[in-house]
Design a protein. Structure first.
Length: 134
């Protein structure tokens, strides 16, 4: 299937739809719901975690980078799952931040009794230093 995302163009002052280009070595990219994403430099967006809706909202450890072309006409996946999260889960109402070269985010915590349920009152801080999750 297509993996379409919306991207806001400041120069055009409008939203545009872009199909994510997936390299051949990635069997199938499925965009997850409740993933966290943050721009880590002018051309790259780091995406991590979330729920796989096609598999009963199963939490995932997946991470990858979306590389935006210079003219912003295309987006390509790179670093596909080279740095999976330590814990499979999503990110509700979350805005990751970058501070001193590290990405910080509040991740949901899975109910130990039911792996498909996230606890509503608990979160964990996850930190990525550019090479691995701490």
């Amino acid at each position: 299937g297509n993996n379409l995302i919306e991207m806001y163009s400041l120069t055009a002052n409008r939203w545009i739809v872009v199909d994510i280009e997936t390299p051949r070595n990635i069997p199938r990219l499925e965009l997850l719901s409740f993933s966290a994403a943050i721009q880590i430099n002018p051309k790259e967006i780091f995406v991590f975690g979330g729920y796989n809706d096609s598999e009963m909202e199963r939490p995932e450890r997946l991470s990858y980078v979306l590389q935006v072309s210079a003219n912003r006409a295309s987006v390509t996946v790179k670093n596909y799952n080279t740095n999976p999260l330590a814990f499979a889960e999503g990110f509700w109402n979350n805005n990751p931040i970058v501070h001193r070269g590290r990405v910080y985010a509040l991740q949901n915590v899975t109910d130990e009794q039911d792996e498909l349920t996230a606890l509503a009152d608990q979160r964990r801080v996850v930190v990525f230093n550019g090479e691995r999750w701490l």
